[in-house]
Design a protein around this ligand. Structure first.
Ligand SMILES: Nc1ncnc2c1ncn2[C@@H]1O[C@H](COP(=O)(O)OP(=O)(O)OP(=O)(O)O)[C@@H](O)[C@H]1O
Ligand SMILES: [Mg+2]
Length: 232
């Protein structure tokens, strides 16, 4: 049975007029773009006026993952635009002036140049990372960047394989030893690949299914984390 789209309102955390979510990592291929578009869709369904800035657009190496995804999409509420990470402040101001509630910035893998500037302008930085020793080790540079900014940031475990829950717990502990890790995981699921191909988010592709719930939980975990840090 196919469920209707879940449009249950998703509020911004208290005291935020708009929220800038920066997707970044010191390693490529961790799932930044997948999460950028899926969180964007889920937030948009939840009533947040959302824009995704794709900054992975430089020269021959630019993946333009969000831009390519948007081309397969029918026009709707969610807006996707190219932007330069070096001039992301201007893009954020434009989005503010145009009434966007949630501004998601997708960045290139290993793109550390300019990331500090973007981190300082963001409300939160999300670093997807897999439960694996190499991925854990590869977060060291991004954690060093976090340590020189006031902006809260966390790891979100992604591409988690369901059969290996004890392993996942093990990696949550290993990541937590080194810094913040959100209590919301994203599974490795075919629906993320198939939704992407159709220019959809999982919340549209399989409403009410596990991916949809994961995206809602991840947004809630991000917003809860910024509130926790405000209090601390
Ligand atoms: N939750 C998931 N389940 C299954 N596959 C996933 C998931 N997340 C990402 N992938 C796959 O992993 C690969 C990398 O994902 P993605 O392009 O989103 O990462 P990225 O961090 O944006 O990469 P880049 O650094 O190149 O920009 C892609 O093939 C994507 O389809
Ligand atoms: Mg990408």
């Amino acid at each position: 049975m196919r469920y209707p789209l879940n449009r249950e309102p998703i509020p911004l955390p208290p005291r935020y007029k708009r929220f800038v979510l920066l997707m970044g990592a010191s390693k490529g291929g961790t799932g930044k773009s997948t999460l950028a578009v899926n969180l964007g869709v889920t937030a948009s369904l939840g009533g947040l006026k959302t824009i995704i800035f794709d900054t992975d657009v430089d020269g021959d190496t630019g993946q333009e993952s969000c831009m390519r995804w948007a081309k397969n999409r029918s026009p709707g509420d969610l807006v996707v635009r190219r932007a330069s990470l070096a001039r992301i402040g201007e893009a954020i101001r434009w989005a503010e002036q145009n009434g966007f509630d949630l501004i998601i910035i997708d960045t290139a893998g290993r793109d550390m140049a300019g990331m500090k500037h973007a981190l300082d302008l963001a409300d939160f930085m999300l670093t997807p990372s897999q439960p694996s020793p190499l991925d854990l080790q590869a977060t060291a540079p991004i954690r060093r960047l976090w340590s020189v900014s006031q902006t809260p940031a966390s790891i979100a475990l992604t591409q988690v394989i369901r059969e290996t829950l004890p392993r996942t717990r093990y990696y949550v502990d290993r990541y937590a030893e080194q810094g913040a890790v959100l209590p919301a995981f994203v599974g490795r699921r075919v629906q993320y690949l198939d939704a992407m191909e159709q220019g959809l988010g999982v919340s549209e592709y399989l409403p009410g299914d596990v991916g949809d719930k994961e995206m809602r939980r991840l947004l809630a975990a991000i917003f809860a984390e910024v509130q926790k840090r405000q209090v601390a």
